[in-house]
Design a protein around this ligand. Sequence first.
Ligand code: BG6
Length: 487
Amino acid sequence: MDRNPVSKLLLFGATGDLAQRMLLPSLYGLHADGLLPKDLTITGAARSDYNDDSYRDFAKKALDKFLPPELKDESALGTFLPRLGYQAMDMSQPDQFKPLADKVGDVAGGLAIYLSTAPSLFEAAISGLEAVGLAGPTVRIGLEKPLGYDLASSCEINDAVAKVFPEERIFRIDHYLGKETVQNILALRFGNTFFEPIWNARGIDNVQITIAETVGLEERAGYYDGAGALRDMIANHTLQLLTLVAMEPPARYDKTAIRDEKAKVLHSLREITPEDVGRNVVSGQYGAGASGGEIVKSYTDELGKPSDTETFVAIKAYVDNWRWQGVPFYLRTGKRLAVRRSEIAIQFKPVPHSMFAGRGGMLQPNVLVIRLQPEEYIQLLVMAKQPGLDRDGVKLREVPLNLSLDQEFGGQRRRIAYERLLLDLIEGDQTLFVRRDEVEGQWRWIDAIRAGWAANGTRPKSYASGSWGPSAAIALTERDGVTWQDD
Ligand code: BG6
């Protein structure tokens, strides 16, 4: 792909949690490895009252706190901090964009904007930028989630952005797409011959996608209680993983071919109607319990008020196309669950006939496990014979064929997802960013579920912190004779 790097980066939300934990460490990491354009300047903008110097101090403290020790390097830090500048501003005030434009200066060499803000501020931000000449042909814009809270609000945001920026200059961020193992799904599927012939309803029995977290509200009550797990995690990350598993082989590794195929999957998702929602969707809210090794409060105690927001969802979904007819995709995400784990498990069909049946050998169907975190590995569970003379029958056991990315590529640093995405934004590669039709496909499907909940008066079921969610989530798969891949 043609790289077209910008010479300026403008970071809205420059003092926020995401900036401290992810964006600044990612930019520093890229800088330390010599990957940022030599002359790139980074202007932070936020409401806090900093100037260039005090923002550099702020950034230094954040890096101190959030960089892993092996990445800290005084000399790299010494050359990174001078790239930073700062403009204090309130985005809801149109007159504050002019001083920002003065601070950013000439954008002829290209400007990338990273907008991480509440959806309510998007429109103000876009028109403010346009008014002061920060939206011209040399400017591209990265949009962090949440991009709305349903289809209508997301269309409104997308329309407002589209008035000013063409789609080729809009970079919608889903940080799951920056994760190494997520991209490995593509390598696995389309870089090997042996999976593709059975990667369909004839070869695959079911697909399970789990994003389990041990954290709770994390001081994000204002956002999270209005969102809930369905919007926060399924509407974006989980559905993106689903598209990569389910899509048809793209003709090329490029932004159009890949995103065309992903969008087709989203448009093939079977709508979950109000009649189906009770059967195919389980929602939960964590109660008190023990999670991540500590005793924790219930969601409502953490929040300090009653709430019907779901912190857990499990869904049985179908992709209605030729390849996936009849194959359930079980999706599951939740906070305060038993462990932190993001994983895709592809369960293949059993062999058509077992020659071992009469000899005591029990066969398990093969499972391909793609573990995204905390570890990164790909594991194929296959049947093998236990060593021995087999005088009492053949003993077969499921054993893993392992591809440990941590071990195999041990010498290489594992990058934060945001490093790749920030670099792609700076260089102008849209492949790993979400296109408008994808976002809208995601919301359309999510909205139907929410409408079903509203029509049925569904309230989330309580589950103990530290568990795998409400028992109804287990019943969701067991009913089909399928067990969640939990260990
Ligand atoms: C964010 C959600 O998009 O993803 C958070 O808003 C969630 O609620 C986070 O905790 C999970 O990301 P990761 O990379 O830690 O799995």
